[in-house]
Design a protein around this ligand. Sequence first.
Ligand code: ADE
Ligand code: ZN
Length: 340
Amino acid sequence: MREFVMGLPKAELHVHVEGTIEPATAFALADRNGVTLPWPTPAALAGALEFDDLQSFLDVYYAVMAVLRTPADFTDVADAYLGRAAAQGVRHVELFFDPQAHVARGVPIGSVIDGLYAATSAARERHGVSAGLILCFMRDRPVADAAATLAAALPHVGKLVGVGLDSAEVGFPPGLFADVFGDARAAGLHVVAHAGEEGPPGYVWEAIRTLRVERVDHGLRSLEDDALVAHLVESRMPLTVCPFSTVRLRGCATLADHPLARMLRLGLTVSVNSDDPAYFGGYVGDNLDAVRETLALTDDELHTLAANSFRSSFLPEEEKREHLRALDTYVADATNVRFR
Ligand code: ADE
Ligand code: ZN
């Protein structure tokens, strides 16, 4: 079954490129750039990946990404991720990045975007994966900083598919960023936001009504508000769910307690994603295989999750249809082989 899940064609819509830096890579880049990490060895860093909540993870995540300095660093990290994703059946990626964290360390935004774009624009040829970039604003930094970041990114708008909103959630409601998101939409960018990861259902409502997001990242706490669930179902709002992330950041006690199966049965448009795979124990195929086993998902449910990942993407409709056809063929062939 693991083989079926790994081979299942899928899109990944919620993965932070800075969350794909494996400990060994972090130390290799630290050496290359003369950066000192606050851990003595990759093993020590790997041993420090125990978290109490989102903030305790973010503290490590921002410290490690300080190894990224040159365009080539960004290219190498994104390219390595795209190769690992392709090996787990990923055919399309929409990749988050946090430019403010890099610009604050003196890295020009052009180095960040051009470095990442070198990897995403080559991904089809190198890995058989299409890839787009989503620039995330850090909601725990001033709104003016987000506005300045958007202004600095606009000369590169053709290299981006959208903007998102991430980092520490509680205390930083989406509505703060209404004007920045309005400007991003006016520039032709798609818009998404993390909401309802640790924050209340009201933040999900705000992301939808005020930011006019086209997808909600995580969105788990939506389940506390029946009217919101009804709205999400009725509007087919995509939710990018990240099972390993939610368990490791204590959004639920164990994977067995994860509400993914319930969300599917409620008719929510959920997909499975890895969020920060170097930190949370696995890539998207690993997440999908673990929920299959732990939550006893059926083949039909796995098929739905994979189909939702393509439907929820920002690919042109014709490309979505091609992926969905390839997915149907894959599932039909795999089912025939199993029952022959
Ligand atoms: N940045 C990287 N991973 C994140 C997450 N799970 N939530 C918010 N911001 C993030
Ligand atoms: Zn995330």
